[in-house]
Write a protein that binds this ligand. Structure first.
Ligand code: NAP
Length: 529
């Protein structure tokens, strides 16, 4: 009679597993050591090592010195998307020894499991369990999200302790497929579901909330073991992944590109500060339909939208305020409990609030430089406040058309020196990091008390420096960014926004970003004198 298979160990895995890998054992274990300050659950990717088996004694030592942590061992073979060039037997051997070294879970690809003979897998499972470890069988699709239920069935045929299904998100809706799979399987299995890639962030963050046993994070930037992996610090501090529950309201900032958006930092800080159970995720949107599907079906409670979605979304709104309709652009969506989407334009508040703190708008003369999307919100918003608004633009006809629609006045550039204004607002990209032109208007055209630059990268633009040197009052694009965000926060939560905290985190992030840009450019100078 065959010996009975030992029972699966009872494991209570933390929600977050940090995946570490290295090209040498020294690199692998130094990264693992570093990850311990943020995590108590590590995945050791052994396959990138030149000789994974040779690292096992060190793995045993590491786990013996860190008894409080949980560990997964993975040694994915090349034909299954990993780096290990060895045979199936070697893979099974390494995983078994990793279990004996103290790993709590071993990850076997479903393709490898399918290549084993029945007795071989039974012996492997029994030995892994005898070592006190659990068997995880994983499926990876590195190109798309399709056939997830079939993939799960392939895995379940081996009756593993953990089912791991990983696909690649090409759309935001692919996250829904992964989350539905988690919801279904988690009723009777320990499941992990993730869609890789930037679009898959929703599944990475919301997987545990949908019932996944855990999700994966990277130890830091640049050491990711899979595309789209987020750092453990970001998942814990910014997205509070360990606290998300069914009551958490989900918001998004949608655009393409979106990876560098400061909106998640600003809004997540505000939600935390005000103890609001909500998070904002960056959503990489390739099509409006895709965003609307996610909005309806996840569902999202609200979305901050960037260009070109600000205009494209208008036909899909159940309602919008009259000013948004006149501007013809909406940057904020609020989804009501019946799924209807209401649109707002908070760029208006971003322009009006900083100005009205410094001057009386009714009857004031304000020059808007530029006539693009950002200018529209400024012009319509200020006209509504009773200001006399002038528009000057590189392409004069565009200024004329906007002025006609908004009851403002178009001014030719050569008329500026002869005019005085109470405030001048730059809405062009001139002065932005990387822009060829640093000043939108010349020094002798700066005839105003207040100068407002919508550009916020760099924080201190050439225009603001010039205005300050002439003793004028200045308003930075950062203040606009925070004020439009504060208004979004109010629309979404019904509470006043913690503006000072929002400003502080965004300013700090921009300063750090500019410092690192500066360091990179000065080290490049050193390399290429
Ligand atoms: P947009 O729709 O492309 O409009 C750009 C405007 O700038 C157009 O009127 C364009 O004139 C003019 N322009 C572009 N390059 C110019 C140059 N070299 N010299 C003179 N005029 C030039 O862009 P947008 O969406 O309005 O954004 C404009 C700026 O505002 C960006 O820098 C953006 O980052 C900033 N912004 C900031 C905030 C914030 O929260 N602080 C919010 C929104 C936007 P033509 O008509 O001749 O092309």
């Amino acid at each position: 009679m065959p010996a009975p298979v030992p029972a699966a160990p009872r494991l209570r895995a933390p929600r977050l597993c940090v995946a570490v890998q290295g090209s040498t054992p020294a690199e692998l274990f130094s990264r693992a050591e570093g990850a311990l300050k943020d995590a108590r659950f590590l995945e050791f990717r052994l396959d990138p090592l030149p000789k994974p088996a040779a690292a096992l004694p060190q793995l045993k030592d590491f786990l013996a010195h860190n008894r409080e942590i949980m560990a997964i061992a993975t040694c994915r073979r090349k034909e299954n998307g990993g780096h290990f060039a060895g045979s199936l037997t070697s893979e099974l051997d390494i995983l078994l020894h990793a279990a004996e070294a103290g790993c709590h879970i071993v990850d076997l690809e479903v393709e490898s499991a399918e290549q084993t003979t029945k007795p071989q897998l039974a012996r492997f499972r029994a030995a892994v369990r005898a070592a006190g470890a659990a068997l995880l069988v994983s499926f990876h699709d590195f190109t798309r999200t399709k056939g997830l239920a079939q993939a799960a069935q392939r895995i379940q045929a081996f009756e593993p302790d953990f089912v791991k299904v990983v696909s690649t998100a090409r759309t935001l809706a692919d996250n829904l497929a992964v989350l539905r799979l988690i919801e279904d399987l988690s009723l009777h299995s320990n499941v992990i579901g993730i869609a890789m890639g930037e679009e898959g962030i929703v599944s990475r963050l919301l997987g545990p909330r949908a019932g996944a046993a855990f999700t994966f994070a990277s130890a830091g930037e640049g050491v990711e073991t899979a595309p789209g992996q987020t750092t453990v610090r970001t998942l814990v501090d910014l997205y509070r992944v360990e606290q998300l529950d069914q009551a958490t309201r989900i918001f998004g900032v949608a655009g393409n590109p979106i990876g560098h958006s400061l909106s998640p930092l600003m809004h997540n800080t505000a939600f935390r500060r005000e103890s609001i159970n909500a998070i904002m995720l960056p959503l990489k949107v390739k099509s409006l339909d895709d965003l609307l599907t996610l909005t309806r079906e996840l569902p999202l409670s609200g979305v901050a939208v960037t260009m070109p979605l600000k205009q494209d979304v208008l036909p899909h709104l159940a309602n919008m305020d009259p000013l948004t309709s006149r501007i013809g652009a909406c940057n904020t969506l609020r989804v009501s409990s019946d799924g209807k989407i209401v649109g707002f334009n908070t760029d208006v508040a971003g322009v009006v609030r900083p100005l009205e703190r410094r001057m009386r708008l009714r009857g004031s003369r304000i020059l808007v430089v530029g006539a693009g999307g950002a200018a529209r919100a400024a012009v319509f918003g200020l006209v509504e406040q009773g200001a006399e608004v002038f528009i000057t633009n590189r392409t004069h006809e565009t200024a004329v058309a906007l002025a006609r629609k908004a009851k403002a006045k178009a001014v030719k550039r050569d008329q500026l020196v002869k005019n005085r204004f109470d405030a001048i607002i730059n809405t062009t990209p001139c002065g932005m990091t990387g822009a060829i032109q640093s000043l939108p208007i010349a020094e002798n055209e700066l005839n105003a008390h207040v100068v407002f630059d919508m550009v916020y990268n760099p924080l201190d633009t050439a225009l603001l420096k010039l205005a300050r040197s002439r003793g004028l009052t200045v308003i930075s694009g950062l203040e606009m960014f925070v004020q439009q965000g504060a208004r979004q926060f109010e629309i979404w939560t019904g509470k006043p926004a913690p503006e000072a905290d929002m400003l502080r985190v965004v300013e700090l992030a921009l300063r750090n970003h500019q410092k690192s840009d500066h360091t990179v450019s000065s080290s490049n100078h050193k390399k290429h004198p």
